[in-house]
Design a protein around this ligand. Structure first.
Ligand code: C2O
Ligand code: CU
Ligand code: CU
Length: 567
C-alpha cells in the first residue's frame, strides 16, 4: 500500500475514472542483468516480440536550390508485428524525416497538406519571424500548400516540427504529423563529437500510445483532458522495445519527447551514465553526467553514452507520476523498458573519448532583465469538475448528449458508470486518503470514459489569467530584450514552452536547476516555482503572435496558452 499525497490523488484518484493499467513492459531493477530476456515477458496488454530493429528516420536536406518539400498525409503504422493503427506522417506514414538545415542558410519550403482537415506546422525551437512559423494563426487548408521561407541563424541544435492547430494540436501531433530538425553548423568533428548519422549519432523520438490497432487511436476522455493523454505502450521511433546496434565507442543520442503529456525519466538499467552535451537551444559549456534524466513533452537533450566496453545496455524510464519531479531509484524500483542497445565491433568506432568542454553559453545574468512577469499554470480544477458534474445531469450540449450522436453499437455502456463524478465528500476523502496506485500512470482503451474534444468538452485552463484567445495579445516584449518570467504550477508538473525565444533556468523551487538544464532552452518542466531569464530573439508580429504555453498538448488545446508580440 502506497500513500499518495493530495497532488497525486488529484492526478490519479478522481473516482472510478482512475483505473490504471500496467505499462507495456516492466523490468525489475533487481534482475536487470537478465533484462533482455524480459522483453518476452510482456503482459497481456502487449505481446511485443523481442528484438525488432530500431527504425531510424531518413535524413532530409534542402535541394540545390534550397527547397524542402514536405507532405503531411494520413497513413497506417505498425507499432509492432501485427499491429496496424491509423496514423499521420510527413513524407511517410508515421512521423517524418530528420530535416537537417545548415546555420546561416536560407531555406524555402513547399508544405503540402494532404490530410482532409486544416492543420499547421510549427518549427519548435527555430528562431524565425512569427509569420513564417506555423502557429494557430498560420493555417494550411486541406489540399493547400504553404510556402514559408526564412534564414537559419542560431546555434547548432536539435529541434522538431509539429502541428499547432487551434484546439486540435494534441490529436494531430499524437497521430504522428511531426518530424525532427537538426540545425547544423558543420563543427561537430572539430568538437570531437560523434556525427555519423544513424550509426553513432542516433535520433530518437519517444511517444506513448494507448491504441496500436484500428482507427480510434486518439479518443481522450475527461480525465485525459484534465491530466494529459497517456498510453501504456512506450514507443521509440514508432517501435515497441526496439534494439539498436551501435559501434564499440562513444555514441550520441538525440532524445525528443514527442508524447502528449508523459514525462520520461531516462535511466540505463546497468547504471551507466548519460553525459548531457546539449539541450533545446544548443550545447552546454561542458558535459553533465546524469544518471536519471527527466525530459518533458517538447523537450530535447543530446547525450553521449560510452559503449566502449562492448556491453549491451537497456534504456529505461523510471515511472512518471505527473508531478514533474524526478523520481529516486529504489531497491525494487520497477523500470519501464524503452529499448536496448547492442554493441557490434563490425561498426566503425569513431569517437573513443568523451569531450571535456563544449561551447560556453554566455553566463545567465539576471541583471540584464528589463522586466519581471509572473504566470500561474491554472488547471481550473474545481471549475472544470463542477462544470462536468453539471453536464452529467443532462442537457443537450453535455457529453451525454454527444454520446447520443455516437455509434451506440460500438459503445461499452459500462463506461457510462465510470463517467459519473464522485460526490464532493467522496472526492475529498479520496484526495486525502490512501490509494494503491503504485507507479501506474496510463489507462487502456477499455478503461475509458466517453471521448471528448477540447472544443466540445467545456474544459478551460489558463496560463495568462484567462484561457487562450486568438484575438488577445497577453504580452508585449521588446525584441532582443531579456525578462525574468516567474512560473508557478500548483497541482501537477507542467512543461512550459515559448516560441521565438530561448531562456535560461535561473532557479527551480529556489534552487539551481540540474547541470543538464544549465544551457539555453525553450521548454522546461515546472514543478512548483521556476524562474527563467527569457531572451526574445525572433520578431513576433501582430498578425501572427507567438505562443507561450504548457506543452501537455491537451492543456494547450483547452486554453493553457498565451500570446505575445515583440515591439
Ligand atoms: Cu512544440 Cu507551441 O509547441
Ligand atoms: Cu514551439
Ligand atoms: Cu499543463
Amino acid at each position: 500500500m502506497k500513500t499518495l499525497n493530495r497532488r497525486q490523488a488529484m492526478l490519479f484518484g478522481l473516482g472510478g475514472l482512475s483505473a490504471v493499467t500496467l505499462p507495456a513492459l516492466h523490468l525489475n531493477r533487481a534482475s536487470a542483468q537478465g533484462a533482455h530476456d524480459m522483453h518476452n515477458m510482456a503482459p497481456a496488454a502487449s505481446a511485443a516480440p523481442a528484438g525488432v530493429k530500431l527504425p531510424h528516420p531518413a535524413l532530409l536536406q534542402p535541394d540545390n536550390s534550397g527547397l524542402v518539400k514536405l507532405k503531411i498525409a494520413k497513413g497506417r503504422h505498425s507499432f509492432q508485428a501485427g499491429s496496424s493503427a491509423a496514423s499521420a506522417g510527413i513524407n511517410g506514414n508515421y512521423f517524418g524525416p530528420v530535416l537537417r538545415l545548415q546555420n546561416k542558410s536560407h531555406v524555402r519550403f513547399a508544405i503540402e497538406n494532404a490530410v482532409d482537415e486544416v492543420t499547421t506546422l510549427h518549427w519548435h525551437g527555430l528562431m524565425i519571424p512569427s509569420d513564417m512559423d506555423g502557429g494557430p494563426h498560420n493555417v494550411i487548408n486541406a489540399g493547400a500548400t504553404w510556402q514559408p521561407e526564412f534564414d537559419i541563424n542560431q546555434p547548432a541544435s536539435f529541434n522538431w516540427f509539429h502541428p499547432h492547430t487551434h484546439m486540435e494540436t494534441a490529436r494531430q501531433a499524437h497521430m504522428g504529423a511531426a518530424g525532427m530538425l537538426h540545425v547544423s553548423d558543420g563543427g561537430d568533428r572539430e568538437r570531437g563529437l560523434p556525427d555519423t548519422f544513424g550509426i553513432d549519432d542516433l535520433f530518437l523520438v519517444f511517444q506513448d500510445r494507448r491504441v496500436i490497432d484500428g482507427d480510434n487511436v486518439y479518443a481522450p476522455d475527461f480525465m485525459d483532458l484534465m491530466h494529459g493523454f497517456r498510453g501504456q505502450y512506450l514507443t521509440v521511433n514508432g517501435a515497441i522495445a526496439p534494439v539498436a546496434t551501435v559501434p564499440q565507442s562513444i555514441v550520441r543520442l538525440r532524445l525528443l519527447n514527442a508524447s502528449n503529456s508523459r514525462n520520461y525519466h531516462f535511466h540505463f538499467s546497468d547504471g551507466r551514465m548519460m553525459h548531457a552535451i546539449a539541450s533545446d537551444g544548443g550545447f552546454l559549456a561542458k558535459p553533465a553526467a546524469v544518471d536519471i534524466l527527466t525530459i518533458a513533452p517538447g523537450e530535447r537533450y543530446e547525450v553521449l553514452v560510452d559503449f566502449s566496453n562492448g556491453m549491451a545496455a537497456d534504456f529505461t524510464s523510471l515511472p512518471d507520476d505527473g508531478s514533474g519531479r524526478t523520481p529516486k531509484l529504489g531497491d525494487a524500483q520497477s523500470l519501464e523498458h524503452l529499448m536496448r542497445f547492442e554493441v557490434s565491433d563490425g561498426l566503425k568506432a569513431d569517437v573513443m573519448k568523451l569531450v571535456s568542454a563544449l561551447e560556453e553559453p554566455a553566463a545567465a545574468d539576471p541583471a540584464k532583465s528589463a522586466k519581471t512577469r509572473s504566470f500561474v499554470f491554472d488547471e481550473n480544477m474545481a471549475g472544470n469538475m463542477a462544470m462536468m458534474r453539471k453536464k452529467m445531469m443532462g442537457g443537450e450540449s453535455s457529453p451525454m448528449g454527444q454520446m447520443g450522436q455516437m455509434d451506440h453499437s460500438k459503445m461499452d455502456h459500462s463506461q457510462m458508470g465510470q463517467m459519473q463524478m464522485p460526490q464532493p465528500s467522496k472526492m475529498q476523502e479520496m484526495m486525502a486518503g490512501e490509494m494503491d496506485h503504485g507507479e501506474h500512470s496510463a489507462r487502456s482503451a477499455d478503461q475509458m470514459g466517453p471521448s471528448l474534444t477540447a472544443a466540445t468538452s467545456g474544459i478551460t485552463m489558463s496560463i495568462a489569467d484567462k484561457p487562450f484567445d486568438m484575438s488577445r495579445v497577453d504580452v508585449e516584449a521588446k525584441l532582443g530584450s531579456m525578462e525574468i518570467w516567474k512560473l508557478k504550477s500548483v497541482e501537477m508538473g507542467h512543461p512550459f514552452h515559448i516560441h521565438g525565444a530561448n531562456f535560461r533556468v535561473l532557479s527551480k523551487n529556489g534552487q539551481a536547476a540540474p547541470d543538464y538544464q544549465a544551457g539555453w532552452k525553450d521548454t522546461v518542466l515546472v514543478d512548483g516555482e521556476a524562474e527563467l531569464l527569457v531572451h526574445f530573439k525572433a520578431e513576433g508580429k501582430r498578425s501572427h503572435p507567438f505562443m507561450f504555453h504548457c506543452h501537455v498538448l491537451e492543456h494547450e488545446d483547452v486554453g493553457m496558452m498565451g500570446q505575445f508580440v515583440t515591439v
